[in-house]
Design a protein around this ligand. Structure first.
Ligand SMILES: Cc1cc2nc3c(=O)[nH]c(=O)nc-3n(C[C@H](O)[C@H](O)[C@H](O)COP(=O)(O)OP(=O)(O)OC[C@H]3O[C@@H](n4cnc5c(N)ncnc54)[C@H](O)[C@@H]3O)c2cc1C
Length: 482
């Protein structure tokens, strides 16, 4: 009767014992990293990890919208370079995207993973390694203020640090930032202020790569797409004692010319942040220091040269106001200005640009933009001085731009036609944002250090409109016309 009990083909195929017994469930990404670091230092994706999917890209309505649905498979928190190295090796083995993150204060979604995967919080890998004359070496997650304090203990100060220095990290600053407090005296990140870095390649057996001098440039402001930084060496300069003051004028052109002269001259200033009256009024906690209608510069001046500054301001027809308010001056310049503008006008936006270095050309550009975009393009100028060159940089609140995307394109075109360099803060792609220049060296280094293309994918060599499958305005317009 063997024929009647013969199992059907269907039955044998569904209960095939050998397949069922040998198939293993692959551990999730979070489980793989938990096995490496311990579960307490791994957050699975989902609500618990949502704080890691936010940064300060909400400054831009375009980015806010584009990044609203990012996800992450796991957030990992190594506490040492060895653990960081193990995480990098594991990501390479699993071929999962790897995005590094410091304090998450970046403005362009730099630390937000476009293609999910693992986010590595580097704040646990922190500490000052060494301070010598002119140089401080730190671990990647070191808070910039801790580096500044360590430098000051030796009579030195950081050549440049971001206005978020109280919370932002060394690796986040050099990968995501550009300049800040100190730039008015010592230039920005590209002004020989990052002396060396060490980074890991993203491979099953990560290699340690050391870059010095000009060779560090590919990792500056390239959003952590080249390698995983493990050591950062920053330039120190002799420390000064600083006094914060407000310089106020009743004519913006005079103030801007004065500020350019000040930064280019002999009075030592660590910061000279210029604001036209409308924007200055939005710096709510300090606006009681000046009169409505006054254009102001927020200045950190060498305390021994305060009298010289006062005399120069008076001679140019302005006045100097003592800093009698509680908030620290660092809470108002650079991108902090945008924070206050967004508070005052919640649907305002922003732009970054660089004016001509030449004083006359700079003043002419400012005047033309003011005439065309009065009350919309709120002039806010910071300075970076490198040697004899003074570079005026605009970090500009944009108020009342109707139909933001199209109006923005028109405004960018107007600025470019004046010879200004426009840095688009509404993209998370390196080449479309603040990185100006040839990226071929950057791409070549990435190919050797990140052979599987796992580091922060979509941010380098891609386009805002293809990285996450968005539609460019030009294509949208073409569709609408049809
Ligand atoms: C109010 C405000 C004011 C600001 N002022 C300034 C300013 O004055 N100057 C300025 O330059 N910027 C400024 N910024 C931008 C930002 O705060 C700084 O660039 C800051 O230094 C970024 O540091 P972070 O630790 O927050 O980095 P994150 O935002 O966490 O990361 C920035 C980038 O660094 C990468 N990264 C982090 N660690 C590593 C690592 N170990 N290896 C490789 N890549 C890594 C990340 O992937 C990301 O791409 C400001 C932002 C805000 C919101």
């Amino acid at each position: 009767m063997t024929s009647t009990v013969e199992p059907s083909t269907a039955e044998t195929s569904t209960v095939e014992p050998s397949t069922a017994e040998t198939s293993t469930v692959e551990p999730s990404t979070a489980e793989s990293f938990s096995a490496l670091l311990g579960a307490e230092r791994v957050l699975p994706g989902g609500p618990e990890a949502s704080a890691y999917l936010r940064d300060f890209s909400w400054y831009s309505p375009i980015l806010e919208n584009a990044l609203a649905d990012t996800t992450v498979d796991a957030v990992v928190r190594p506490q040492s370079v060895e653990e960081l190295t193990a995480c990098v090796a594991e990501a390479a083995r699993l071929r999962v995207p790897l995005t590094l993150r410091g304090a998450g204060t970046g403005n362009y979604g730099q630390s937000l993973p476009l293609r999910s995967g693992v986010v590595v919080d580097v704040r646990g890998v922190a500490g000052v390694l060494d301070v010598t004359a002119g140089r401080i070496s730190v671990l990647p997650g070191t808070v910039m203020k801790d580096a500044e304090d360590a430098a000051r203990a030796t009579g030195q100060e950081l050549a440049v640090m971001p206005s978020t220095y109280r919370i932002s990290t060394a690796s986040g600053f050099i990968s995501g930032g550009s300049g800040g407090i100190g730039a008015a005296a010592n230039g920005d990140l590209w002004g020989d202020n990052v002396l060396a870095v060490e980074m890991l390649s993203v491979e099953e057996e990560p290699r340690l790569v050391r870059l010095e001098g000009d060779d560090v440039r590919p990792v500056l402001h390239t959003y952590g797409t080249i390698g995983v930084l493990t050591r950062i060496e920053l330039r120190l300069v002799p420390a000064h004692d600083y006094t914060p003051v407000v310089v106020a004028f009743r004519d913006f052109a005079t103030l801007t010319g004065f500020a350019h002269d000040l930064v280019s001259g002999d009075i030592h200033v660590r910061l000279c942040s210029v604001h036209e009256a409308v924007g200055a009024a939005m710096l709510a906690p300090i606006s009681s220091l000046y009169e409505p209608g006054e254009d102001v510069a927020l200045v950190l001046v060498d305390s021994g040269q305060l009298d010289a500054l006062r005399a120069a301001v008076e001679a140019a027809g302005g006045r100097t106001v003592e800093w009698t308010v509680k908030p620290h001056i660092s809470q108002f310049p650079f991108s902090h200005t945008i924070l206050w503008a967004r508070k005052a006008v919640p649907d305002s936006s922003w732009l970054q640009c660089e004016y001509a270095s030449d004083r006359t050309e700079f003043l002419a550009q400012v005047a033309e933009v003011r005439e065309r975009y009065a009350g919309i393009f709120l002039q806010h100028v910071e300075f970076a001085r490198t040697g004899e060159r003074t570079r005026p940089l605009g970090i500009t609140p944009l108020v009342g731009l109707a139909d933001h995307e199209d109006a923005l394109e028109e405004l960018l075109g107007f600025c470019r036609a004046l010879g200004m360099t426009v840095l688009n803060p509404h993209s998370y792609v390196v080449e479309e944002g603040g990185y100006v220049g040839d990226t071929s060296q950057v791409v070549a280094l990435k190919e050797t250090c990140d052979p599987y293309g796992l580091l922060n994918p979509g941010k380098l060599g891609d386009s805002f409109f293809t990285s996450r499958g968005l539609t460019p305005p030009s294509a949208r317009a073409a569709t609408a016309r049809r």
